[in-house]
Write a protein that binds this ligand. Structure first.
Ligand SMILES: Nc1ncnc2c1ncn2[C@@H]1O[C@H](COP(=O)(O)OP(=O)(O)OP(=O)(O)O)[C@@H](O)[C@H]1O
Length: 632
């Protein structure tokens, strides 16, 4: 998201002290461009002007370049001239140029002449991202043109109805047929719609195909995900999902997965110490696998997708699995959402997109709330857009039915709850609202940890999550950690706020392969029988126990950010909304938060905050959608 900042003063590090008078300086001081945007744009323009033999660059081209750098920094792949002028106020004394004037200035610039910038319609790309976008679209087209994989359709039909026999399994049958008979499948669906189970079914069916082929060998399968945490979950999740199948099929899945535990995409592609964007596997040294499955594909950046597509053999099956409505990658690009928008839904024969719609996990009302958020029909743009009031009203309508005042008794088991706060919420009101939702679990975790029962403490910890949009501020993670620790300490002097104590929930903040911990792993401090404190983590397979002194990069996790919670779930979730002015508060953020809940979710915040979230839909600027549409 393109965030504005408010300069703290002339010495704010985001202010470019050396920027010459002119357009960049004005946009920097207005908080639109950071010092880094200005410096990159100034330096690159200097080189382009030299190479092109001109005296100077036009201000409007310079501004476009700096805004391109800003766009990429904030997750877009390019600058959209039309939306930036609508979503961002120009500094005092400056007006946004009109579209045609700006386009003409860019087209005549040294930046375009030297290939730094490329303009197509209202989109302006930096060279690298244009090349990657083209490459992704071209590689997908090459894959489409490959002959269909050889499949015994009789065996397939028999297998599909065996693996997914129930009438309500129809979506998964369609997904499995698609993935078996095509080179590329983009499998999308909200949480609990059976994506992992569909992947497990696909693996069983592929193994069966190989058994019926006299020359066949078991397919070489790669399971991967963008993050270590998601990869660690994947192997287990696939094997667990296969438990639904008959023994022969779950054994087929177990055999394939055993030989190929899931890994991060970086590791699969062959990370190189000398580069973060180049890998050992590429067009000249393809991956050997026959099937490549990438889970949590909403976190794929454009660059990583480009590297993946050039490394996968064109005749291998590629399956991208994820929920395009969730928060996108930290880096530039929202490839999964672009694939869905660009190809459209699976009704068109040529679309690789297959969508699972039926949730097998949510109670009806969490599903209804998630659907109202996902389908809120708002105007789309790269910046915050004002949603139709009807969309917010639909969401608020659902919430008003379950609304409570702070302090009123909350049923923590109700599928959806809403503790309606006044704006701005006072500390007292926040205390009153959060205490009944959060404290019982924190207390129970502490009791189990004091008793040395690590398994019980971890199970209780997984029962509830308090999610915040921000790390800091009154509705942020740090303040909630302090709040819960203060409550615990009031009841029990053994709890030292800010220190380590039995029952302190932990969140790993960095991958540590040496300790067997992945960024995002959760754990708890437990008192061992000898009285020493140990950290126990809920790592895949079995819990990992470590001396406290060995554990470095961990944070206290009475609360965590919604970004960090992405990819994980808890039985009960409490979402503390920031004020409506928060720029992080978007529909994607609220959808991601709500869909972390397996059994019940309670929102704590104002109606204004809910309305602001629903109305703020951030779509990242990208040309990929149009490129894919054009490739039809
Ligand atoms: N066809 C089905 N009928 C009934 N239950 C199902 C079906 N498919 C999956 N499930 C169950 O629904 C739950 C969610 O399935 P699964 O984990 O495959 O979904 P998912 O989309 O991968 O979820 P997430 O991405 O949120 O982890 C699991 O408990 C699974 O056993």
């Amino acid at each position: 998201m393109s965030e504005l900042f408010e300069p703290d003063g002339p010495h704010d590090h985001r202010i470019a002290a050396a920027a010459p008078e002119g357009v960049l300086r004005a946009f920097n001081h207005a908080g639109v461009l950071t010092a880094a945007d200005v410096q990159v744009a100034t330096r690159v323009t200097g080189l382009a002007v030299l190479a092109d033999g001109r005296g100077a660059e036009d201000d409007l081209a310079l501004l476009a370049l700096a805004l391109c750098v800003r766009s990429v920094r904030s997750g877009s792949v390019c600058l959209d001239l039309d939306t930036v002028t609508v979503s961002t106020a120009a500094p005092d004394g400056w007006d946004w140029p009109d579209h045609d004037t700006w386009c003409a200035a860019i087209d005549d610039s040294a930046l375009v002449a030297t290939g730094v910038l490329h303009r197509g319609g209202s989109l302006v790309h930096l060279d690298r991202y244009l090349r990657e976008e083209r490459q992704v679209a071209d590689d997908l087209r090459v894959r489409e043109r490959q002959p269909a994989p050889a499949v015994d359709l009789g065996v397939l039909e028999h297998g599909v109805t065996r693996v997914f026999p129930a009438p309500e399994d129809e979506e998964q049958r369609t997904a499995a047929r698609h993935a078996l008979t095509r080179r590329t499948t983009v499998l999308t669906g909200g949480p609990g719609t059976g994506k992992t189970t569909a992947v497990a079914g696909l693996l069983a069916l592929l193994a069966e195909q190989a058994e019926h082929d006299p020359r066949g060998r078991a397919p070489r399968v790669a399971l991967a995900a963008p993050t270590g945490k998601a990869a660690a979950r994947l192997t287990e999740a696939v094997a667990e999902s296969a438990q639904r199948f008959a023994a022969a099929d779950s054994e087929r899945v177990a055999r394939l997965v055993q030989g190929a535990p899931a890994t991060t995409l970086h590791r699969l592609l062959g990370a190189r110490p000398d580069s973060s964007v180049r890998f050992r596997h590429h067009r000249g040294n393809r991956l050997p696998h026959d099937v490549v499955v990438v889970d949590e594909a909403s976190m794929l950046s454009l660059t990583l997708t480009a590297r993946l597509l050039e490394a996968v053999r064109p005749d291998a099956r590629l399956l991208l699995v994820g929920d395009p409505d969730q928060l996108a990658s930290v880096e530039a690009g929202a490839v999964l959402a672009d694939l869905v928008a660009g190809f459209g839904d699976a009704t068109g024969r040529e679309s690789p997109v297959v969508r699972l719609r039926t949730s097998h996990r949510f109670g009806a009302s969490i599903g209804a709330l998630a659907a109202a958020l996902r389908d809120a029909d708002v105007e789309r743009g790269t910046g915050p857009a004002t949603g139709e009031p009807a969309a917010a009203e639909r969401v608020l309508g659902l919430l008003r039915d379950v609304r409570r005042r702070p302090g009123a008794p909350v049923d923590p088991t109700a599928p959806v709850g809403f503790v309606a706060m006044a704006e701005p919420a006072t500390e007292g009101a926040l205390d009153e609202a959060l205490r009944p939702l959060v404290l019982p679990t924190a207390r129970a975790v502490r009791a189990a940890a004091l008793a040395g029962d690590a398994a019980a403490a971890l199970a209780l910890l997984a029962e509830h999550r308090l999610l915040c949009a921000h790390r800091s501020g009154p509705a942020g993670v740090a303040a909630q950690n302090r709040r819960v620790e203060t409550w615990l300490a009031e009841e029990d002097p053994g709890v030292v706020p800010g220190g380590s104590y039995a029952g302190r929930p932990l969140l790993v903040s960095r991958n540590d392969p040496g300790l067997g911990l992945a960024n995002g792993d959760t754990g708890v401090v437990v008192r061992a029988p000898d009285g020493a404190f140990r950290a126990v983590f809920a790592t895949p397979g079995r819990p990992r126990e470590l001396a406290l002194s060995r554990v470095g990069d961990v944070e206290t996790m009475h609360a965590l950010t919604i970004h960090k919670a992405q990819g994980s779930q808890a039985e009960r979730v409490t979402v503390l909304l920031p004020g409506p002015e928060s720029r992080l508060l978007t529909r994607e953020l609220l959808y991601t938060a709500v869909t972390r809940a397996q059994r019940s979710v309670c929102l704590v915040g104002s109606e204004e905050a809910v309305t602001a979230a629903v109305g703020r839909h951030v779509q990242r600027a990208s040309g990929l959608r149009e490129r894919l549409r054009a490739a039809d």
